[in-house]
Write a protein that binds this ligand. Structure first.
Ligand code: BES
Ligand code: ZN
Length: 638
């Protein structure tokens, strides 16, 4: 079908990325060459980044790049030293690095800019762990998290999802430690002249990616390939600290390659060659992060029962939505997360069936409504109207995920079900893969596609009746359309929760541990979510619940978090044990925020204990999480 995607230079003010200080509408990065050396003692890395940029305008005089807390030592343009300056720091945005071009550049012409620099200890992207914070306790560890706008604290770049560049990197480390990057490994060189344990790792990312997917990790790490499928031109496997390998491998080796294949069947071929998962130490601030070729994941999803594999289905789905089709600014972030969540659930449907997909929407809806209750109306919208220089992390919530996925489910139902929607999704991917788009471009293509459909007249009429404005720009306590999910799997959970609610003042002897014996872990989550909507339970009922179902000692974080939330609301009895679980349970920043879930319940019940627990673990947290929690608890760190 003929549909020509065009670059959006901003038909609405929010199409322009307001969270970058770079002049990316005038000039774009095509390729980045990185050369770093890790300084484990100073907790920095440095070397250079050489950007190849192409002008989009005539007579370009200056290139402005994002940088944050970098120690810039020199700048060269096409091999010659030039003058540069760093603007004074803007909160969150960092310091714009201005490079005056020795000779102006016309549209279509390219130059290279090489910046020699080093990161500093204030770098917000990288977490540095002491040996004691790793499994073996023997070696230090580092890992980065660049999304949304932390790449600029690792290298000067155009730190916006609107720009995609390929990259290559050489990184040196001593101490015999392994270095991983978000690309394909090309080789390792022993650096005998530097002394024992020094090696250089070469990586390449030939596919153009946004800056937020540039990632590094280093430490004592080993790799094991998963069972791969015949006839595919990609491989899957996992990286972990040696002591975690057996459990991690067992948990994910069966599903990973199948998930990639299922996603391919639903969209297009996998373009990144390698799909590896790196399991990080507990302090990793998210459940998962879709760094290209190398998903970063919290070890908490190694639950021992394969119950958290949906996180991997989610990160794999980003290979098409986010890493494939990108968002042109953080206002359109829902195109990444909403579409990814939608595809994640289609993948899970292949393995567990449609009813399980419906159950995931049920769980997600509860999270959405919870978030809508606490969020500023500005962040309740699917398309977020950020202010100039506002931190996109502020708009991080369930809204882009769940409102987004529900909007797509609603469109799927409106447009004749999966039979019509899957071919449409494939066409969407084919049309925009490799580009960054706005919500308007997505919608334009949707209309265009269904105009060509054999039932065009009826389907276009239905599309015309969708309340676009309300879905995209509306706020409020719930979805703007009453969307129902099949309750076959949730009904038993609701019934059991209602029974506990009724037993609150009396006898709990009719409950047995077999009540939840046939529940999947998702059903246990639905049960606890429902219980949480009732009035606070008396402590003795919570104790009975724990005793019968063993919820306070579960290895499953999704269940543990919810149980402790219910328990903490009922009284201080569980405060100490909840505090003890914090580093292991509160893995994702959605959960570490004290205004959310378990931590919030602890903060209300015992604020001193919440603060004390946080301070005890403060150094263990990633800088992003540390800053966020400290702000919310009203404590100062460093
Ligand atoms: N890309 C996100 C994580 C993210 C978003 C980091 C915005 C920084 C800014 C990742 O794909 C994600 O959605 N992770 C989820 C898990 C997922 C299964 C819903 C998380 O960590 O909670
Ligand atoms: Zn995601």
């Amino acid at each position: 079908m003929s549909f020509s995607p065009h670059f959006s230079s901003g038909s609405s003010p929010f199409d322009r990325d307001l969270a970058t200080l770079s002049n990316y509408l005038e000039v774009v990065t095509r390729h980045i060459k990185i050369d770093w050396e890790i300084n484990w003692d100073a907790k920095t890395f440095g070397g250079y980044a050489e950007l190849t940029l192409e002008s989009r305008v005539e007579e370009l005089q200056e290139v402005r790049l994002d940088s944050s807390y970098l120690d810039v030592k020199g700048v060269e343009v096409d091999g010659k030293a030039v003058e540069y300056s760093l603007d004074s720091r803007l909160e969150v945005m960092g310091e714009a690095l201005r490079v005056k071009l020795p000779k102006s550049l016309n549209k279509g012409e390219s130059i290279t800019i090489k910046i020699t620099y080093s990161t500093t200890p204030q770098c917000t992207a990288v977490g540095w762990l002491e040996p004691a914070q790793t499994k073996s306790g023997k070696h230090p560890y580092l890992y980065s998290q660049a999304q949304a706008i932390h790449a600029r604290s690792m290298l000067p770049c155009q730190d916006t999802p609107a720009v995609k560049a390929s990259y290559e990197a050489k990184v040196r480390s001593g101490r015999g430690l392994e270095v991983l990057l978000s690309g394909q490994r090309k080789g390792i060189k022993e650096l005998a002249e530097r002394g024992e344990g020094w090696r250089e790792f070469a990586y390449e990312q030939p596919v153009g990616i946004p800056s937020y997917l540039i990632a590094i990790a280093a430490g004592e790490l080993t790799h094991k390939p998963f069972e791969n499928l015949q006839g595919r031109n990609w491989s899957t496997g996992c990286w972990t600290e040696p002591l975690n390998m057996d459990k991690a491998f067992w948990e994910f080796h069966k599903d990973t390659a199948n998930f990639v294949k299922t996603a391919e069947d639903l969209t297009s071929s996998y373009k990144f060659g390698v799909y590896d998962i790196l399991f990080l130490p507990e302090s990793f601030p998210y459940g998962g992060m879709e760094n290209s070729c190398l998903t970063f994941a919290t070890p908490t999803i190694i639950a021992g029962d394969r119950s958290q594999v949906d996180v991997v289905a989610h990160e794999i789905s980003h290979s098409w939505f986010g890493n494939g089709i990108g968002c042109a600014s953080w206002s359109h972030f829902w195109l990444n997360e909403g579409w990814t969540t939608y595809l994640e659930r289609l993948i899970m449907r292949e393995t567990h069936g449609e009813l399980e997909r419906q159950l995931s929407y049920t769980v997600g809806r509860r999270g959405l409504v919870g978030d809508l209750e606490r969020l500023n109306p500005r962040f309740q919208k699917l398309v977020i109207e950020y202010k100039e220089h506002e931190d996109p992390d502020e708009g991080y919530s369930q809204v882009p995920y769940e409102k987004g996925a529900n909007f797509l489910l609603y469109l799927e139902r409106t447009l004749g079900g999966l039979e019509n929607f899957i071919p449409y999704m494939k066409d969407y991917v084919r049309t925009f893969e490799g580009t960054s788009i706005t919500t308007d471009q997505w919608r334009e293509h949707l209309f265009h596609y269904f105009k060509q459909h054999q039932d065009a007249e009826e389907l276009t009429r239905r599309l015309g009746k969708v309340d676009w404005d309300e879905w995209l720009h509306g706020s409020g306590p719930d979805l703007c359309v009453d969307i129902q999910y099949d309750d076959t799997l949730s009904k038993a959970c609701y019934d059991l929760a209602a029974k506990w609610d009724k037993a609150r003042d009396g006898d709990v002897s009719s409950f047995t541990k077999d009540d939840i014996k046939d529940f999947s872990s998702t059903q246990t989550v639905v049960f606890l979510d429902k219980l949480e909507t009732y009035d606070t339970l008396p402590p003795k009922v919570v104790a009975a619940l724990d005793k019968l179902y063993g919820l306070g000692s579960t290895g499953n974080a999704e269940i543990g978090l919810r149980f402790f939330e219910v328990a903490l609301k009922s009284g201080p009895e569980y405060a100490e044990s909840a505090a003890g679980e914090i580093p292991y349970l509160t893995f994702s920043s959605l959960e570490v925020r004290p205004d959310v879930g378990m931590t919030s319940a602890l903060n209300e019940q015992k604020p001193e204990l919440a603060k004390e627990t946080f301070l005890k673990h403060a150094n263990f947290y990633h800088p992003i999480a540390r800053k966020m929690i400290a702000k919310d608890l009203g404590v100062k760190v460093e």
